[in-house]
Design a protein around this ligand. Structure first.
Ligand code: AHG
Ligand code: MN
Ligand code: MN
Length: 341
């Protein structure tokens, strides 16, 4: 079997589609290298002294785990010096990190969730890194937080790396979705799946059921119908999975289909949802769309949602197209009914 490394894949994509300028290629290789070292740290676990909490909170008031901070530092250090970036933003940093003056500034902006699925770190369950790449707007001189406030449709690359039984890097530059498995002996990511497609239909849903009593009616309606199984309106039995790492749940959906929901709920009614638009929902939604799936917030396409804040929250419904359309339609129907009386 011909082994295609990430480097070769990127070079060939550049030749075939002109979709990967050399600065972007460097950026993606650097991100992949950073993921490799995060993967090493994750694998060492207790032996590397990387587990447990760090006794600090991030800007969103979440207690940081040691690995949240380590992964954040690895990504920053790896990406600072290459000349491909103007600035970075992360779940773990209040504001943007501008590339220091001692290095040349590039034209790209990188956003990341350095460690997704933090509650799974200490229990040895799959976690990951999510990233999104934007271009610095033309004509902007210095770089500011405003420059990052672009909709998901503006992304030029997006991906994640899942640290599970295998370490797998999943990537899109707008030409479909490709998966690369880390070959630990060679130390390189090797192409293992191309043209990934999410089946349009599914019998598997992913949602945190413990929040059921807090959901809005359309979400409750959809899940109730799934739970009713063969005898219910859907006429088929559904299975449920919830890993509590978006990376792992999305990876399953890209592999065998399914629907993932983290909807708005009544626990914190003023927040649109739990997940973050810029470095969780946008990159995952683009990957899912590139694989033939769909992603909405129940009302509109996630990639079209205007960005107003770096740490903006959003409701997420993504995965197999027909199921996502059904949930979105239930929201539309509920809205139409409530405005008619
Ligand atoms: P993070 O660890 O980056 O804060 O993200 C965790 C997110 C997401 O990965 C997952 O789908 C969700 O939180 C799980 O939330 P619950 O614990 O509420 O189920
Ligand atoms: Mn996350
Ligand atoms: Mn995180």
């Amino acid at each position: 079997m011909k082994r295609i490394s990430l480097t070769r894949y990127l070079v060939e994509q550049q030749r075939a589609n002109d979709s990967i300028p050399s600065q972007l290629r460097l950026l993606l290789e650097v991100v992949a290298r950073a993921c490799k070292s995060i993967s090493q740290a994750v694998n060492k676990g207790d032996l590397g002294g990387v587990l447990g909490v760090a006794h600090t909170e991030n800007v969103q008031g979440e207690v940081q785990k040691q690995l949240d901070i380590i992964a954040n530092e690895v990504l920053i250090e790896a990406n600072e010096w290459g000349g491909h970036l103007a600035a970075m933003a992360s779940e773990e940093m209040d504001t943007i990190h501008i590339v220091p003056n001692r290095y040349p500034q590039g034209e790209y902006l990188l956003l990341f969730d350095p460690l997704d699925g933090s509650s799974n770190i200490d229990v040895n369950v799959s976690i990951g890194t999510i990233f999104s790449v934007l271009k610095k707007p033309e004509g902007s001189r210095g770089v500011t937080e405003e420059d990052f406030l672009q909709s998901g449709a503006q992304q030029v690359a997006a991906g994640y790396c899942v640290y599970g039984p295998q370490t797998t890097l999943v990537l899109t530059v707008g030409q479909g979705v490709a998966m690369f498995t880390l070959d630990r002996e060679q130390g390189s990511f090797v192409l293992t799946k191309e043209h990934v497609q999410v089946p349009p239909d599914t019998k598997e849903f992913a949602i945190n059921m413990s929040n059921m009593r807090h959901w809005d009616a359309p979400v409750k309606r959809y899940v109730d119908e799934c739970l009713a199984g063969k005898e219910g309106p859907r006429g088929k039995d559904f299975n449920m999975r919830w890993i509590a790492s978006m990376v792992a749940d999305v990876h399953r959906i890209l592999t065998r289909g399914g629907i993932f929901m983290y909807p708005w709920d009544k626990r914190e009614p003023n927040k649109p949802g739990k997940l973050r638009l810029m470095y969780e929902a946008n990159p995952m939604s683009w990957l899912i769309e590139q694989a033939g799936g769909a992603a909405t917030n129940g009302h509109e396409r996630i990639l079209d949602i205007p960005a107003t804040q770096l740490h903006q929250r959003v409701s997420v419904v993504l995965g197999s197209k027909n199921e996502v359309e059904r949930v979105t339609q239930y929201h539309q129907e509920a809205r139409a009914n409530s405005s008619s009386h």
